[in-house]
Design a protein around this ligand. Structure first.
Ligand SMILES: C[S@@+](CC[C@H](N)C(=O)[O-])C[C@H]1O[C@@H](n2cnc3c(N)ncnc32)[C@H](O)[C@@H]1O
Length: 226
């Protein structure tokens, strides 16, 4: 078995980040198409459990609303260093540097190895972008990643907390609290309300069919979160 397929078996949740960038491509978020192309993503395979185009549309709407809202909130914080934990494969690094911010992308090493060279090619201001492989539950890895970064930090967490057990989530929250007490800044996360966002969006778009389409979405996510 190759190192890559072993890493994929140990960290199946990283595939959720690939699904997210496929959906961003569908939503025409700038940079997503180029990233999906550089990763040679097979969107048919990644979106295969979403049974029809409408279910894909509902998911793309959720992802787009979250991505664009997070970018606005990070900008509204007024903080010039954006720390994305986890950064996944999104084009946020490109957006943030184009809008005058420093960007620090943190994720599992398997993701960073893939996304860093792609963003370095695509981001005009590549010197304002850094990436580190971390484990959000391990404070030393976070501290090591930020060794030459100065505060304050705007830490964003999108699409991660729901995959942790309660103990792991407590550890991640304590780690972020420690970082903020050292560097200053703020933490922005939509994760506690992700189910609400899915239900509200699907209900608004699909009405009575929303439950069936939500079930198809849940099946896709469950295969990737074990
Ligand atoms: C649903 S994706 C979200 C990625 C990105 N924020 C987005 O919106 O597309 C979940 C991400 O969490 C990352 N992840 C899972 N466990 C992690 C951990 N312990 N430490 C750091 N990142 C982790 C995965 O590698 C994956 O990139």
């Amino acid at each position: 078995m190759s190192v890559k397929s072993m890493q994929a078996r140990v960290n199946p949740v990283y595939l959720t980040a690939k699904t997210a960038v496929c959906l961003m491509e569908r939503a025409k978020i700038p940079g997503a198409e180029e990233i999906a192309c550089a990763l040679a993503l097979d969107d048919k395979a990644l979106l295969q459990n979403m049974k029809d185009e409408e279910t894909i549309l509902g998911n793309a709407l959720v992802v787009e609303a979250k991505y664009r809202t997070m970018c606005r909130l990070i900008e509204a914080s007024g903080i010039m260093t954006s720390v994305d934990l986890p950064c996944g494969y999104t084009p946020k690094a490109i957006y943030m540097t184009e809008h005058g911010r420093k960007f620090v992308g943190l994720d599992l090493p398997i993701v960073i190895q893939e996304i860093e060279p792609i963003i370095r090619q695509l981001a005009g201001q590549a010197e304002n972008v850094t990436f580190y492989g971390v484990d959000a539950t391990n404070y030393s890895s976070l501290k090591a990643a930020l060794y030459d970064v100065s505060g304050p930090l705007c830490i964003s967490t999108e699409g991660m907390m729901m995959y942790f057990s309660d103990d792991e989530a407590d550890t991640v929250i304590a780690n972020i609290q420690c970082l903020l007490s050292e560097y200053g800044g703020c933490w922005i996360t939509p994760d506690p309300e992700y189910a609400l966002q899915f239900c509200g969006t699907f209900q608004a778009v699909f009405g009575e069919e929303s439950l069936a389409k939500l079930m198809a979405t849940r099946d896709t996510a469950q295969g990737q979160e074990d």
